[in-house]
Design a protein around this ligand. Structure first.
Ligand code: MGP
Length: 193
């Protein structure tokens, strides 16, 4: 160890310590591009990698987790470690999601990266309320959804929605859906900003 606490390699040069994040995050992947008939939703959903440093994040992002690398009908997720990107997860069960759509591939790519950086960099005041984010590549229109925990907490959702629009530089209206409504195929949003 050198005097400033940094580890030294065999040449005596100080090696950079990895930059630890506030919490651990997990990237997930769901490929529904070749669905098996009769297969249940989530059959192909996989937790791909859990990380806790900025260096790991950039390596994973650069090499794998770019929506432009996804086939049609597939999703990437970044969720707090320990939360599964499913309505069934206890921390998501009473939640919902803000959704923004994008008709341009480049649009999704930029908004995804801005959101990832805001999440791991703890830029949301109501960070505890957030479960994670999903990038969905679809034939018709790509979309990004920010999942939160307590759908009924309107003040928290509105604050998150406003902040998210700032982060991804969106001025059009976005809407918030409760997972409970999505389960019953109700598409009407409950909140909008
Ligand atoms: P979706 O993926 O939330 O909607 O749900 P989307 O993205 O508008 O639809 P897509 O066709 O473009 O993918 C689509 C369907 O997947 C739902 O109606 C459910 O049948 C199923 N589904 C989605 N999610 C997120 C879940 C989930 O968390 N749990 C379960 N059991 N089914 C889900």
């Amino acid at each position: 160890m050198s005097s400033d606490g940094a580890a030294a390699d065999v040449t005596g040069a100080a090696a950079e310590q990895p930059h630890r994040l506030d919490k651990k995050w997990t990237f997930w992947f769901d490929n529904q591009s070749k669905p098996k008939q009769g297969a249940a939703w989530g059959n192909n959903l996989r937790d791909a990698y859990t990380f806790e440093t900025i260096e790991e994040f950039w390596c994973l992002y650069d090499h794998v987790f770019k929506p432009s690398k996804l086939p049609g009908n597939a999703d990437f997720h970044l969720f707090k470690a320990g939360i599964e990107p499913k309505w069934e997860d206890p921390q998501c069960a009473n939640g919902g999601k803000w959704t923004v759509t994008s008709s341009r591939k480049a649009g999704l790519e930029t908004m995804w990266l801005e959101t990832l950086m805001a999440l791991i960099g703890e830029q949301f005041e109501d960070a505890d309320e957030i479960c994670g984010v999903v990038a969905s590549v679809r034939q018709r229109q790509d979309k990004l959804s920010l999942w939160t925990k307590n759908a009924a907490n309107e003040a928290a959702q509105m604050s998150i929605g406003r902040k998210w629009k700032e982060i991804i530089d969106v001025t059009d209206k976005i809407t918030y859906n409760f997972h409970d409504d999505s389960k019953s195929k109700t598409t009407k949003g409950r909140y909008s900003v």
